[in-house]
Design a protein around this ligand. Structure first.
Ligand code: IPE
Ligand code: IPE
Ligand code: MG
Length: 246
């Protein structure tokens, strides 16, 4: 696969897994005197472009937050518009991006979505199930607290003692590396129930841009800032500068 480098960023400093909280579609549309659905449409297009660009620059996993459990309380006409968008464009676009060798995984509770959407995303997951090493997670009907409760319930059912590793493996992201970088667009500075467990040591990056206007160059800028951060994971600078970190 073609790999582009970002100016000033060593390929080894590119995050392996990026999470993106795609916020600001509604405000972006409102500013243009357009309906919120127009913002969601533009947001979906931007999401595809960003996924392609992320793989081009060497990212292996991208998790995009598309619809939260809390978003399910939005007015039904907005939800219907989002579902229509998924029906019309999701499968086709995802197939295109996943053809780069990425496995698609839906994070969240599919049963909270209309049944035909559930069937559609399951089909897309199956079609990409042979791919390994790269992945796209779409958080749909997703809430991190609900995900943790589901995982803990499963562990109890199995009669397992919980460890950090066993809980991690039972989450929807089980088997994947934790996100190194979480980006939120749309000016808000919060996680809104996104990957709370997995983000324990993620670097956070907040952009004032609304999601439809968050460009490939903006993603490069976030990765560049990430590459300049010092990740200590609780250790001292001195420990981090020795080869084995001990
Ligand atoms: C994020 O954009 C997309 C979804 C939550 C579906 P919003 O719809 O939250 O846009 P704003 O925050 O109202 O601008
Ligand atoms: C977070 O955005 C969820 C998604 C981007 C899917 P929200 O717009 O729902 O977040 P809050 O309500 O402002 O925290
Ligand atoms: Mg919002």
């Amino acid at each position: 696969m073609k790999k582009n480098t970002i100016n000033g960023v060593e390929p080894t400093s590119v995050p392996k897994h990026i999470g993106i909280i795609m916020d600001g579609n509604g405000r972006w549309a409102k500013k243009r005197l357009m309906p919120r659905s127009f913002g969601h449409r533009k947001g979906m297009e931007r999401m595809i472009g960003l996924l392609e660009h992320a793989f081009d620059v060497g990212v292996d996993y991208v998790t995009v937050y598309a619809l939260s459990t809390e978003n399910l309380k939005r007015p039904q006409d907005e939800l219907d518009g989002l579902y229509a968008l998924i029906r019309k464009h999701f499968l086709e676009n995802m197939k295109k991006v996943c053809a780069r060798g990425a496995r698609l995984k839906i994070l969240g509770e599919i049963s909270l979505l209309p049944p035909d959407i559930g069937a559609l995303v399951k089909k897309a997951e199956e079609e990409t199930s042979a791919y390994t090493g790269k992945g796209i997670n779409v958080a749909l009907g997703y809430g991190s607290r609900a995900e943790i409760v589901r995982a803990a319930t499963e562990a109890m059912k199995r009669g397992e003692t919980l460890t950090e590793e066993s809980l991690s493996s039972l989450l929807d992201t089980g088997g994947q590396p934790d996100p190194d970088l979480i980006i939120r667009t749309g000016k808000e500075v919060r996680l809104s129930n996104f990957l709370l467990w997995q983000a324990a040591y993620a670097e956070l990056y907040f952009s004032d841009k609304m999601f439809p206007e968050f460009s490939d160059a903006d993603l490069d800028k976030a990765i560049e800032e990430f590459s300049r951060r010092t990740r200590r994971f609780g250790k001292t600078d001195e420990q981090c500068s020795t080869a084995d970190g001990e």
